[in-house]
Design a protein around this ligand. Structure first.
Ligand code: HPA
Length: 268
C-alpha cells in the first residue's frame, strides 16, 4: 500500500486529517459539505474499491469540516459484490498509513423497531456478524485475534451522543446485524434477528469495523434507517427505497456529524 499512501500524501498537500468518515448508500452528499475539497477518484488510488453499486460514488474527498481536517470516503465495497469480505482492507490500510486514527462508518439499514422508523438515525453500540464471514480469515499475524469487546469506541460514542443532543436530533442506540445481502432478509430472518438481539440489519460496516480494529483505528458507526425491515410493513423492499430514503435520515446525521466534528470530537 506504500504506493497509494505516497500518492495520497502528495495529493493532500500537507493536510493531515486524524479522522475519516465512510459514507453509506445515499449519504454521499455529505462530502459536498467539505470545504477546500481535494477530490480523488478511487481509480487514482491503487487498492481502493471499484464499487458498482448505484448510490456509491467511489471518491475520496479530503478537506475541512468547519476547522477540522477530514477525509470522507464516498463509496465502499460490499462483501456481496465479489464475495470478498476484506475488500475495504487496502483502503483502510492506506488511511491508517497516512495517520488517520479514528473512523466513523455510516450505512443505510433496515429497522427492527417500529419506534425507529425510516428517517431515524441509530448509533451502533455493538454488532452481530451473521454472515459467517470474517475479513481476517487467512491473515497470519498474531494480531488477527482482535478483541471486539469495545469495538465501538466509548469516547466517540459519547461524543456523538452529546453532538446529537446539541444538534437537537434524536439518536437511537442499538445493535447492527450484518447479513451478507444482496437479497434482503425474509420476514422469518428478521424475527430471528430480533430474538438474537438486533435492532437494525444491513449489508456493510461489520467487516470494516473488524479490519479497522485490526489496524488499531478507533471506530464509531451510525446507521441511517431507510425502511422497516422485511415483514414489518406492506410492500416489497428495494434498493430504490434505500436510495430514496437515505437522504432523509442523512440530513439528520449530517447535522450530528457537523456538531461532532466541530465541537465534540475527542482528541484522537
Ligand atoms: N436490510 C438490509 N440492508 C438494508 C436494509 C434492509 O432492510 N435497508 C437498507 N439496507
Amino acid at each position: 500500500m506504500k504506493e497509494t499512501i505516497d500518492i495520497l500524501i502528495e495529493r493532500l498537500g500537507g493536510l493531515a486529517p486524524r479522522i475519516a468518515i465512510v459514507l453509506g448508500s445515499g449519504l454521499g452528499r455529505l462530502a459536498n459539505e467539505v470545504s477546500k475539497p481535494v477530490r480523488i477518484p478511487y481509480e487514482d488510488l491503487p487498492g481502493f474499491p471499484r464499487s458498482g453499486v448505484t448510490g456509491h460514488a467511489g471518491e475520496l474527498v479530503a478537506g475541512y469540516f468547519g476547522s477540522v481536517p477530514v477525509i470522507m470516503l464516498a463509496g465502499r465495497a460490499h462483501y456481496y459484490e465479489h464475495g470478498n469480505a476484506a475488500a475495504m482492507r487496502p483502503a483502510l490500510e492506506v488511511l491508517a498509513g497516512i495517520g488517520i486514527a479514528a473512523i466513523v462508518l455510516t450505512n443505510a439499514a433496515g429497522s427492527l423497531k417500529a419506534e425507529m422508523p425510516a428517517g431515524s438515525v441509530m448509533l451502533v453500540q455493538d454488532h452481530i456478524n451473521f454472515s459467517g464471514m470474517n475479513p481476517l480469515i487467512g491473515e497470519q499475524a498474531e494480531a488477527r485475534f482482535v478483541g471486539m469487546n469495545e469495538a465501538y469506541d466509548r469516547e466517540l460514542r459519547e461524543a456523538l451522543e452529546r453532538a446529537a443532543i446539541k444538534a437537537g436530533e434524536t439518536l437511537h442506540k442499538g445493535v447492527y446485524m450484518w447479513f451478507s445481502g444482496p437479497s434482503f432478509e425474509t420476514p422469518a430472518e428478521i424475527r430471528m434477528a430480533r430474538i438474537l438481539g438486533a435492532d437494525a440489519v444491513g449489508m456493510s460496516t461489520v467487516p470494516e469495523v473488524i479490519l479497522a480494529r485490526f489496524l488499531g483505528l478507533r471506530v464509531a458507526a451510525c446507521s441511517v434507517i431507510t425502511n422497516l425491515a422485511a415483514g414489518m410493513a406492506a410492500g416489497e423492499l428495494s434498493h430504490e427505497e434505500t436510495k430514496d430514503m437515505a437522504p432523509v435520515g442523512g440530513e439528520k446525521l449530517a447535522r450530528v456529524l457537523r456538531q461532532f466534528l466541530t465541537e465534540e470530537m475527542p482528541d484522537v
